[in-house]
Design a protein around this ligand. Structure first.
Ligand SMILES: Nc1ncnc2c1ncn2[C@@H]1O[C@H](COP(=O)(O)OP(=O)(O)OP(=O)(O)O)[C@@H](O)[C@H]1O
Ligand SMILES: [Mg+2]
Length: 510
């Protein structure tokens, strides 16, 4: 008797082990639940088996209605014999379902099934938390035995692990799908933004630039973009990259003026571990841009050593890390920008002529805004639309007199300054129509500078009025150059020290 029982138990254990192996290779939750139900039915020699999973947020239990079906049954987590097992964590073995107080007849009513005997155990995860119930129905002969209870409990333990793994995999897959979708969406946005180049302007000077960008779309020539600060050099570089065959490869921008000479080389080419104590190896911007585009901003500020190294990369398509021995092949398209006169720098011996011709295969010059005033209304409206879209406001508009003022202003900070001014006006406007009042009452600015001083300013002495004008111009220049004192000084025709002295006098800036 005892040995027969232990032989039976061995069989059951072997069967459970076999089921575990199958469960562990199933990663899809739906198929896994089917698999567990099917195997449990065999193991316990019963008519049906199902797993009920706890939806803790809704405090409900759910299960598949039948094997292979995708229909889901849901009910309150305390209902039925499964609910009872979940609530108490106890094994429930019922010989006559319809006479059991916990039995929930609604399921039979719905499915037309007649339940006689029920065995239910709680399903716990590895942390001991109850995540559902495992239920077997209608033992083929007699009632569920103590051995069945043990077998179902053992199976439930392993099922829990497989279920949690499948749930996790499902969640990862969903997150992954979401990311892929988001990424595709972002790409569409970027492409829309730059597909038409994002370069606004209908006059012949801007149109010439647009045509040039279109012409070089499929070639990978190096391009030099020149122009004053804020004229759209970086925008043009992005337009070139994002309409090129490299659009889905990286666009890496590096401002050569922002880095001291000592750091620039390792930033560009990377550095090998151990060059100095504590130095970790790091890849440089050239390698980050591999297969894509490297945009070197303010290229006129490169040191002679860095110039020589960049020339070598362009000629030989290999680079060497600081402290590195083996050359590393790279495939990078170079776009460069500067607001310096590079030919003059060559004359002064500050810039290599051979590098200049390498990067200037195509030359794009961005005109200052004062030379393309005809574009101001279109640009201003474009920036206003951008403001509305980003701030969720309804369509705002400029009153004609505001547009007139914008068209007449000097704009030393070029399109960037115009953009900032439009954003400021839009943010301060009380109504959808931006009028002269919004523009003038609270906001000192470049607008109207060409007009005679009005109002209280008439009463001021000439000296005061000049000081006021000077202060405003300095503020504008600093804003237009993003507080770059060097550039602001150049715009104002001052030396840097001269600018600093004046800033002190008017208590401006840091
Ligand atoms: N023609 C244009 N159409 C639309 N937007 C423009 C145009 N020109 C410039 N902009 C916008 O003006 C702003 C300044 O442009 P960008 O940063 O490209 O200037 P930059 O020449 O690189 O300036 P800096 O020399 O100061 O770095 C950006 O917001 C850019 O989108
Ligand atoms: Mg720039």
């Amino acid at each position: 008797m005892g040995s027969q029982r232990s032989a039976e138990l061995d069989d059951k254990l072997a069967a459970i082990l076999a089921i575990c192996q199958k469960m562990n290779s199933e990663r899809d939750l739906g198929s896994l639940l089917d698999l567990i139900a099917r195997e449990a039915t065999h193991l316990l020699d019963c008519d049906r088996a199902s797993i009920f999973l706890l939806d803790a947020e809704k405090n409900e239990l759910w299960s598949k209605v039948a094997l292979g079906s995708s229909e889901i049954l849901r009910f309150h987590a305390a209902e039925g014999i499964a609910g009872h097992a979940v609530q108490t964590g106890e094994t429930v073995n019922v010989a006559d379902a319809y006479s059991d107080a916990h039995f929930y007849t609604a399921i039979d009513d719905r499915t037309g099934y007649v339940t006689r005997t029920v065995l239910a155990v709680a399903v716990r995860n590895q942390g001991g938390e109850i995540i559902g119930a495992f239920e077997a129905l209608n033992k083929r002969s007699g009632v569920f035995t103590a051995q069945d209870e043990e077998a179902l409990t053992a199976l439930a333990l392993h099922a829990a692990i497989a279920i949690e793994t499948a749930q996790l995999v499902g969640e990862l897959r969903r997150n992954q799908d979401e990311l892929v979708q988001q990424n595709a969406h972002l790409w569409r946005e970027v492409e829309n933004k730059y597909a038409s180049h994002g370069i606004i302007g209908t006059g012949h000077r801007i149109q010439q630039i647009v045509r040039l960008v279109e012409r070089i779309r499929d070639s990978l020539v190096n391009v030099l973009i020149t122009g004053e600060s804020g004229t759209g050099k970086e925008m043009a570089a992005k337009a070139i990259h994002f309409t090129s065959p490299r659009a889905r490869r990286p666009f890496v921008a590096l401002n050569c003026a922002a880095l001291p000479e000592t750091l620039l080389e390792s930033e560009l080419f990377g550095i090998e571990k151990g060059v100095a104590t504590g130095v970790q190896s790091r890849i440089g911007q050239f390698q980050k841009a591999d297969g894509g585009t490297l945009f070197l901003d303010e290229i006129g500020d490169l040191s002679p050593t860095a110039q020589a190294k960049i020339l070598r990369v362009l000629q030989e398509r290999v680079l060497e890390r600081v402290g590195g021995r083996a050359p590393i092949p790279v495939d990078v398209r170079l776009l460069a920008a500067t607001n310096k006169d590079l030919e003059a720098e060559i004359g002064k011996g500050n810039f290599r002529e051979d590098l200049y011709y390498r990067i200037k295969v195509v030359h794009i010059h961005m005109p200052p805004l004062r030379e393309i005033r005809e574009e101001i209304p279109l640009l201003a409206k474009h920036f206003l639309k951008e403001y509305c879209r980003e701030s969720g406001r309804t369509n705002m508009e400029f009153a004609p007199e505001v547009l007139r003022r914008l068209c007449a202003a000097p704009w030393p900070g070029n399109v960037r300054q115009l953009r900032n001014e439009v954003m400021r006006l839009a943010a301060c406007a009380r109504l959808e129509l931006i009028t002269d009042e919004d523009a003038w009452e609270e906001l000192p600015g470049p607008i109207g500078r060409d007009e005679p001083l009005a109002g209280p300013e008439v009463a001021q002495s000439l000296k005061k009025a000049v000081e006021e004008l000077e202060r405003r111009m300095i503020e504008d220049a600093l804003r237009g150059t993003r507080q770059n004192q060097q550039q602001a000084a150049r715009l104002l025709g001052l030396s840097r020290q001269g600018l600093i002295n004046k800033m002190k006098r008017y208590a401006l800036g840091g």
